[in-house]
Design a protein around this ligand. Structure first.
Ligand code: TYM
Length: 331
């Protein structure tokens, strides 16, 4: 049986970008790939690479866990767990740090972006983050890893690390394949379509969160940056903001961009934006209702306990063999 593994970091709030680039893909894959196992987790250890407020972090961890279920993942077919509750993740993360080079880590865009901004408080765990991410994936012998476009580079490094380990110690880890959606892999900021929609962004008008109410969603779409051309057309070079809105529209409704463009060929941006706002509300409202019903439930706690047990079981056996391969311990 093939295994699909992916995670989300509980920093800031979940955005429409996380939904369209990642969670919605998980749900679609689960419906399509009925012969696959799904290991999905909340990447809380990754969150503390930058300073967090403890009680807020703890709340966001449960928020993400609840959202996975609220967005439509089948709890009976998902091993849902919290990264820090499976200690083997950290153990392998450390071993993989010894199988990745400084130069490779220095080339990671996320790290380069931070250093380019002359940030002085970059932690050493932010630097070594890709080794832990590789561990999250190969510890469970993931065959496929569905992610948005921004994680492609980390996935390539994960493959390099897995191959390097296998070449040195003999075949041991499955080398994972990234799965990047054709539409929605990179949702851009609504106010600045040059940069990706991000939950750590400070301008609230630039992103839609999965918790926004209908009026807020519609307002944010209405004020999204477009252009003065005034014709609904998919032209990412000259109409970047509009192209992003069309991508969101296509991705959230599972329609083709060409069909949407055709629908609005005699229309204007106002009508297009009103309909898009409504389409997002139609999807997010039932998700929010489900989220509210589950987030404080004992059912969610049971799902997470069960997930921790299954993930730990797998990880424990894999790590015992891994340490033997590397020559650690006594036997
Ligand atoms: P994170 O938490 O930043 O994002 C979670 C997922 O959402 C996708 N995503 C987007 N997709 C489209 N448009 C956007 N604007 C957008 N913003 C975010 C991301 O690509 C990702 O798939 N390092 C990872 C978490 C992680 C992980 C892993 C993922 C840790 N270990 C192992 C996969 C496998 C991260 O920071 O994602």
């Amino acid at each position: 049986m093939k295994r699909i593994v992916s995670g989300i970091k509980p920093t800031g709030t979940l955005t429409l970008g996380n939904y369209l680039g990642a969670i919605k893909q998980f749900v679609k894959l689960q419906q399509k790939m009925t012969d696959c196992e799904f290991y999905l987790f909340v990447a809380d250890l990754h969150a503390i690479t930058v300073r967090q407020v403890p009680h807020e972090l703890r709340k966001r961890i449960l928020d993400i866990a609840a959202m996975y279920i609220a967005c439509g993942l089948d709890k009976d077919r998902t091993v849902l767990y919290i990264q820090s509750e499976v200690m083997q993740n950290v153990e392998l993360g450390y071993i993989l740090q010894s199988n990745v080079y400084m130069g490779e880590l220095e080339r990671m865009t996320q790290f380069k972006d931070k250093t380019a901004k002359n940030e002085t408080s970059i932690t050493s765990s932010l630097f070594t983050y890709p080794a832990l991410m590789a561990a999250d994936i190969i510890l469970y012998d993931a065959d496929y890893v569905p992610v948005g476009d921004d994680q492609k580079q980390h996935l390539e490094l994960t493959r390099t690390i897995a191959n390097r380990f296998n070449n040195h110690y003999g075949d041991f880890f499955t080398v994972p394949e990234p799965l990047i959606p054709e539409v929605g892999a990179r949702i851009m900021d609504l106010q600045n379509p040059e940069k990706k929609m991000s939950k750590s962004d400070s301008n609230e008008k630039g992103y839609i969160t999965l918790f926004d109410d209908p009026a807020t969603i519609k307002r944010k779409i209405k004020s999204a940056v477009t252009d003065s051309i005034g014709i609904v057309n998919y032209d990412p070079k000259n109409q970047r903001g509009l192209a992003n809105l069309l991508t969101i529209y296509a991705s959230i409704t599972d329609r083709k961009i060409e069909d949407i463009v055709k629908q609005y060929e005699d229309s204007n941006y106002k009508q297009f934006k009103e309909d898009l706002g409504q389409a997002i509300v139609d999807v997010l409202q039932p998700i929010q209702e489900k989220y509210n019903a589950i987030v404080k439930s004992s059912e969610l706690q049971e799902i997470l306990n069960n997930g921790r047990e299954i993930a730990t079981n797998y990880a424990f056996k894999k790590m015992r063999k891994c340490k033997r391969k590397v020559g650690l311990g006594r036997k």
